[in-house]
Design a protein around this ligand. Structure first.
Ligand SMILES: [Zn+2]
Length: 259
């Protein structure tokens, strides 16, 4: 796929990466300050581990619960620099490519759930393939910086996540597609049987469609019917039933372009 095609989504994935470098020690930011941020979860069942966020000097928030399956990462809420998820593993599902690659990985719990989801979808005649999961901080940094070189920062920020703000770095997100889509990640996937099946059933396995149609003013991203995010069965069922974004579900500020 040409760079321009790949670059049109938040899942922009145009670099080949041979090096998954070890995360370097991040220098502690002296400007960072502790903050007793109230997360006021919309759900009474939301985790209490949401209240250790740190407000950075640039106004962004460093999430205090990067290892929680309920972590909310977006353009305002970033992972700690160099964060690497624990227990990454390769789920036993069909992929859109053959070779070994770090992006095949998910965290164990999400990988197990994805295998169950794929098994059921296969039984129901669906033809899903996984395309892109875990992406390291360093790899996201390289992707973002290349996009800035090509498109400029302002344009890049509309489609490409800056380092630390991609959900793919949590190890809890997987882009999926199908042969019918020629393995591409485009919005048309949402109208295919596979896309519709996911919208109806992904929550049963703990996944949500993270960037729903028409909610880019809240999530900061356009509709991505291919981007599955694991949040656990309980939260996924609630998000599905309430038809809300993850930001709304946990009571976080909208992060879209609209002020
Ligand atoms: Zn994605």
């Amino acid at each position: 796929m040409a760079l321009i095609g790949a670059a049109l989504t938040g899942c922009s994935n145009s670099l080949t990466d041979s090096d998954e470098k070890q995360a370097e020690e991040a220098p502690a930011s002296s400007a960072a300050q502790e903050d007793e941020k109230e997360s006021t979860p919309a759900s009474g069942e939301a985790s209490t581990s949401q209240n250790e966020d740190i407000v950075l000097s640039n106004g962004m928030i460093e999430v205090g619960n990067p290892e929680s399956v309920e972590v909310v990462v977006n353009k305002q809420r970033k992972l700690p620099e160099g964060y690497t998820p624990p227990d990454l593993t390769v789920p036993d599902v069909p992929f859109s490519f053959e070779e070994d690659h770090p992006k095949k990985q998910l965290r164990q719990e999400a990988a197990d759930a994805l295998e169950e989801l794929f098994e059921r979808s296969d039984q129901e005649g669906m033809d899903l393939v996984a395309a892109s999961g875990y992406r390291s901080y360093e790899r996201q940094e390289a992707i973002y910086e290349r996009n800035v070189e090509v498109y400029g920062k302002e344009e890049t920020d509309t489609f490409s996540a800056s380092p630390g703000t991609s959900e793919h770095q949590t190890g809890l997100a997987m882009d999926v597609t199908s042969a019918e889509m020629a393995f591409k990640l485009t919005q048309a996937f949402g109208d295919t049987p596979e896309g519709e099946w996911l919208a109806d059933h992904a929550y049963e396995y703990g996944f949500i469609i993270r960037y729903p149609e028409g909610d880019n003013n809240i999530t900061g991203y356009k509709y991505e019917p291919w981007h599955l995010r694991y949040v656990g069965k309980e939260a996924a069922a609630e998000v599905h039933e309430q038809q809300v974004t993850l930001e709304e579900f946990f009571g976080y500020e909208p992060v879209g372009e609209a002020e």
